[in-house]
Structures are given as C-alpha cells and as structure tokens.
Write a protein that binds this ligand. Structure first.
Ligand code: NIG
Ligand code: FE
Length: 420
C-alpha cells in the first residue's frame, strides 16, 4: 500500500475531477480547485488525491515526499495537433508573409507545405528523429506529456512511412506519449497536380498497409480550397473509418467549406482550426460531440482571425487547444503560448483554458481514460507550475512557468530543465 511518491502542500491543485468525458459548453468553466492539496502516487498512477493531512498508511521507508511549496499543480498538458516530424524550416518565406502574401498563395507557387515536403523527402530517418526529439524536449519543458503527431510532408508512400516510423520510434524512446495520425492528404504534390483523382486513390490505397503496420491511429485531411474538397475529404475519411481509423479534419481554416459539418456527419473525434466555421457547423459538432481543436498560435502567426471559441462554448461544443506546431503556419512548440492566446484572444477563462489542454485534449486524441486529469487510477502525469494560481499562467505571458514535470510518476523536468 506504501506510495512511491507524495506531493504535499499544493497551493492550488487542479484535478479536472473524474475526467470521464470531454467537458462541453459551460462545463468547461466549472473547474474545482483544491486548496492545500496533496497527491499520492503508486505504480506510476494516482492512488489518492485530497487536501490537508495525509493518511499515514501511504507512507513507508521508501516513500518520497515532496513539498510543492504552495505552488500550482495541473494534469500533464496534452497537445492534440502537431506536425512534429518534418525536415528543414521556412524562414526564407518569412519576409513574403510580412509583405502580406497569403499562406495559400505561397503554397500555390510551390512553397509552403511543398517546400517542407522537399526537405522531408531529402532528410534521413536519423535527421528527422533528432530534429523531432529536440522539439519533444522543448514541449516536455513546457509541461506537455502527450502529443499528437501527423505525417503529411512526404506525399509519397515512402516518405509518409518514414515520418510515421520516426513517430513510432520516438514514442518508444521519449517520455512523451505520442499519438500518430496519417495525413497523406495534406497537399497535392506537383507530380499529381493534373491527376488529383489518382493521388486520392493512392492515399486510400496506403491505408490498409498503415493499419496493418500499426503506424497510425487517426487519419486526417487538409480540407481547404487549394488542398482537398469536401467530396475528396469524405471519400478518404470514409475509407479510413471503414478500416478502423479514428478521424480528424483540418476544417474551415481559411474558407467556409463545411468541414465542421462534415466532421459531424462522419463522427470525427475532432475538427481542427475552424477559424471560418459556420454556426450550423458548430451546432452539428455540439450535437454529435466532435471536439473543436482550436489553434490560436496559427492565427497569431498568420495574422488571421481567431476562431470563435466563445460562440462554440455557448453552443455546447467541447473545445481543446493546441500549438499546431509546424514549420509554416505555427513554428512554435509552446503550448503555454497557445493557452495565453486562448485567454487573451479567444476570451476563454483560465478555467476553460486548462480544461482545453487537459481533459478535452486527452479525449481529442482518444487518451481520455488514461490521462488528462488527476484522478485515482489514471497515469501520474502532472506539472508543478511556479505560479501562485491558475490565472497567473495566462496573465504573465510569453514565458515558461513550468517548474517540475512528472510522467507516469517519474520526474522528467526539474526546475524547468529536462532531466530524463
Ligand atoms: O495545420 N493548414 C495546413 N497544415 C498545417 C500547416 C502546414 C505547413 O504550413 O507546413 C496547419 O496549419
Ligand atoms: Fe495542422
């Protein structure tokens, strides 16, 4: 019965309760905060959670007791939308962006996603692995313990598999848990521009092999004018669903195509971006329980409008937040910045924000039964923030507030430094 680890004297302990389902609508803001809290950990999982005196029965000779000195503790943060594995960078397009050249025009001219496709095709497995691992270390230092990672910079089977294999290896080697997504339909490669139907067929044709090799749990499509239409997206995702993939959609990012509506029709786990989503689309998502993954660092970086998070919450949608980390539209691993923009720009309260990056993001990657809340039986992934309360994390923006991070009850960040 003795615990391995006890964290005591937690000023503000944010557990997210039972964490047994995503929190939608106004439930997002109904977050209880335990004062003078403690958590007890055994076998890498939470054994007890409470406040005040800790029961002696948990304390043996080998129990490590750590004093949180009145600081703030939350579940490990979860980033549910990233393009983690890619070659190269795109600072050569930065001045074009500043001059106001639209994101999709850069792509049309062969740059943007296609430029990263070239770099990723050229990069070796080791190069991709080392670069992505560095990003994972940065994410971990920000308090992130679970990350979704997409392919989509190969656009040929060989390179897509190389990206997915890197994700698999990093999942084995790195403390962060990775959830893998096949995004074969991210852009149309130049060699297929005149025969897009063949490309869609090729993407669908790759699905059984990816499933068989267990290289991805989710399938995603960039549904956008200049990328894949509603019809093409429906075709690809319906085929994926039949094979047992869970679904995500890059939906209504720039043009109101009806991606939000399609996510509900197909029963996707999440629809992501949604800056141009219609009200009807939001209502459909609320009805079916599709999670809205909002990516405010992308809006910030592209100088675009922010998604209407308040309206989605009013309509009863469960909102998650993510970095969208990628070399083009959001070159940052900093989920705390996404949280800060979530409050400052999306007008989400700090309680809604912490819901969005813990329990809701856990369900958005289908890990809600294991992580996303400090609940008895769940994995002991948690963060000690060097802040007096939750609000402070959003208020004091642009810096990293993480002090310590634990993954499965093992300390992986100490005083802001990765130590695994
Ligand atoms: O989610 N919008 C499409 N895909 C990514 C960006 C990829 C890139 O620019 O390299 C996104 O923003
Ligand atoms: Fe994305």
């Amino acid at each position: 019965m003795y615990a391995e680890l006890i964290i005591k004297n937690i000023g503000n302990l944010i557990t997210m309760g039972e964490g047994d389902k995503p929190r939608a609508g106004k439930e997002m803001g109904e977050v209880e905060i335990i004062k003078d809290g403690y958590i007890v950990i055994k076998d890498g999982r939470f054994l007890e959670i409470g406040s005040g005196e800790i029961d002696e029965i948990y304390i043996g000779n080998t129990t490590l007791i750590k004093d949180a000195m009145g600081l703030t503790v939350t579940p490990g943060l979860i980033d549910p939308h990233t393009h983690l594995v890619h070659g190269g960078s795109r600072e050569n397009e930065f001045s074009k962006k500043l001059e106001g050249v639209p994101y999709m025009d850069i792509l049309k001219a062969g740059g943007g996603i296609l430029s990263t496709v070239n770099s990723t095709r050229q990069a070796s497995f080791e190069e991709l692995y080392i670069k992505a691992k560095k990003s994972l270390d940065i994410m971990l230092s920000f308090g992130v313990t679970t990350v979704e990672a997409k392919s989509g910079y190969g656009l040929d089977i060989e390179t897509e598999l190389k990206q997915l294999e890197v994700v698999k290896k990093l999942n084995e080697d790195h403390p962060i848990d990775l959830v893998s997504t096949y995004l074969g339909a991210h852009a149309v490669p130049p060699e297929y521009i005149e025969k897009k139907e063949d490309f869609v067929r090729e993407i669908i044709g790759a699905l059984p092999m990816i499933k068989e090799k267990q290289l991805a749990e989710f399938c995603d499509v960039f549904c956008e004018e200049g990328a894949f239409s509603i019809e093409e997206t429906r075709k690809i995702l319906s085929a994926a669903k039949k094979l047992g993939f869970k679904l995500k959609i890059h939906a209504d990012e720039i043009v109101t195509l009806g991606g939000a509506e399609l996510s509900a029709e197909l029963g996707a786990v999440s629809a992501d971006h949604l800056m141009a989503a219609s009200e009807k689309g939001m209502e459909d998502m609320a009805d079916v329980g599709v999670i809205a993954d909002i990516l405010p660092t992308t809006s910030f970086n592209l100088n675009k409008d922010y998604a209407c998070a308040r309206l989605m919450i009013e309509k009863g949608v469960a909102v998650a937040l993510s970095t969208d980390y990628n070399p083009g539209s959001s070159p940052t691993e900093n989920l705390q910045l996404a949280m800060q923009l979530g409050s400052l720009k999306l007008k989400m309260t700090p309680k809604e924000v912490i819901t969005a990056v813990t329990v809701n993001s856990a369900y958005s990657v289908d890990r809600g039964k294991e992580v996303g809340s400090i609940t008895k039986g769940k994995r002991a992934d948690f963060v000690i923030f060097d802040t007096p309360n939750l609000e402070y994390i959003m208020y004091h923006f642009g810096v990293n507030h993480t002090k310590d991070v634990y993954k499965n009850g093992i300390q992986v960040v100490l005083d802001g430094k990765v130590i695994y």
